[in-house]
Ligand binder design. Structure first.
Ligand code: PLP
Length: 384
């Protein structure tokens, strides 16, 4: 069994020549090459900025710092065939959402080819597939034992029986499950299915560590998605990162809109991956994780809340079950908290294996105190 990217990526996309902008040839001097406005931004406050210029399409400084950080914190340094990541392994997007759309468009022929998802999972894969007229096949996570792990045997069986499936999306840690997927399970799929790409969505990976990104140098059929939206606390700047082989990263970079990452986004992104700010990210995730444990303890000791949380504690949220799967009560708690208490959590009771479940994002200590208090009062009131 061997992997051939040329057979996975749609031919017209594989053969795209990277967009060459005027700035690729000359970057200095009197720049009258790109029809920008040399008179500057019309917004007075920005008069002295460079925002009248198009942004850099390549962002090598950001990518290099990010690659270095993933190398430094890699769990796979000792594994043979794993090489250091470089800027050439990365493509940037307007959040992971754009990266998800791009990988679907790069590989799936509309109305013909398909993706595989593993519910309960992030809805964006299906949304993007639908928009691109791509069908979605499901291989549920193992929910019976509350492990919410991947059923890798079943997945490989489905994948190898349907050559029209081009992508498998695995969320690790999962949303709404909070479970990090065992690397052995991911590697089993990577080794036993070569007709497409295995996409690992690691939006929450820094809350538990062990990113698969370094493994793209060993497995050419692996793609890892990350984002600055969660652990870096920068959801507002919209910056997502795709790790892949240099060959696939070249394709993804060639197909993206050349100026998708704005100058403002890039500036904040570059600061986020400087050493002192990476340290802050690590300190913050550590504190958040302690707070998560407290939140779980407090919430699961409230009457009508099951005394075990559901899924895992690998992300920045927890999943709790109300009264052994009571969707009606769970929904009431959710609505009352939002409308009467000004505390907004998420009802997830309609997701596979999540009956009666509420997803709670870990807030600041003060926010969590209020949530816990209001949660207790609400349950008391509703259960009367
Ligand atoms: C939050 C989240 C993302 C992040 O999307 P962005 O577009 O980068 O903000 C991606 N995947 C999952 C599973 C998420 O929960």
């Amino acid at each position: 069994m061997s992997f051939d990217l040329k057979k996975i990526v749609r031919p017209k996309i594989y053969n795209l020549k990277p967009y060459r902008c005027a700035r690729d040839d000359f970057t200095e001097g009197i720049l009258l090459d790109a029809n920008e406005n040399a008179w500057g931004p019309t917004q007075k406050e920005l008069k002295d900025s460079t925002l009248n210029r198009y942004p850099d399409p390549h962002q090598i400084e950001f990518k290099t710092a990010l690659a270095n950080y993933r190398n430094k914190t890699s769990s796979f340094k000792q594994i043979p065939d794993v090489l250091p990541l470089t800027a050439d392994n990365i493509c940037l997007g307007v959040g992971s959402d754009e990266s998800i759309d791009a990988i679907i468009r790069a590989t799936c022929v509309p109305a013909k080819e398909k993706i595989l998802v593993m519910p309960p999972t992030y809805s964006m894969y299906s949304v993007c597939a639908n928009i691109n007229d791509v069908d979605v096949i499901e291989c549920p996570l193992i929910v019976g034992d509350n492990s919410f792990q991947v059923n890798e045997i079943k997945a490989v069986e489905i994948l190898n029986n349907d050559p029209s499936i081009k992508l498998t999306f695995i969320t690790s840690p999962g949303n709404p499950t909070g479970v990090k997927i065992n690397v052995q399970k991911i590697e089993y799929i990577l080794k036993n299915w070569k007709n497409g790409l295995v996409v690992i969505d690691e939006a929450y990976i820094d809350f538990c560590g062990g990113s698969t990104a370094p493994l793209v140098t060993k497995y050419p059929n692996l793609v890892t998605l990350q984002t600055l939206s969660k652990s870096f606390g920068l959801a507002g700047i919209r910056l997502g990162m795709t790790f892949a082989t240099a060959d696939l990263a070249r394709v993804l970079n060639a197909m993206k809109a050349p100026y998708n990452i704005s100058t403002i986004t890039a500036e904040h992104g570059i600061k986020a991956v400087q050493d002192h700010n990476l340290e802050l990210m690590e300190v913050n995730t550590k504190t958040l994780n302690e707070e998560k444990i407290r939140l779980v303890k407090e919430l699961t000791s409230i009457p009508y809340v099951d005394d075990q949380y559901v899924g895992g504690l690998d992300a920045n949220f927890i999943l709790i079950r109300i009264n052994k799967g009571d969707n009606e009560l769970a929904k009431k708690i959710y609505l009352t908290l939002a409308t009467k208490c000004g505390v907004v959590i998420r009802f997830r009771g309609m997701e596979l294996g999540c009956q009666g479940c509420l997803r709670v994002t870990v807030g600041t200590r003060e926010e969590n105190d209020i949530l816990i208090q209001k949660f207790k009062e609400t349950v008391q009131e509703l259960a009367k």
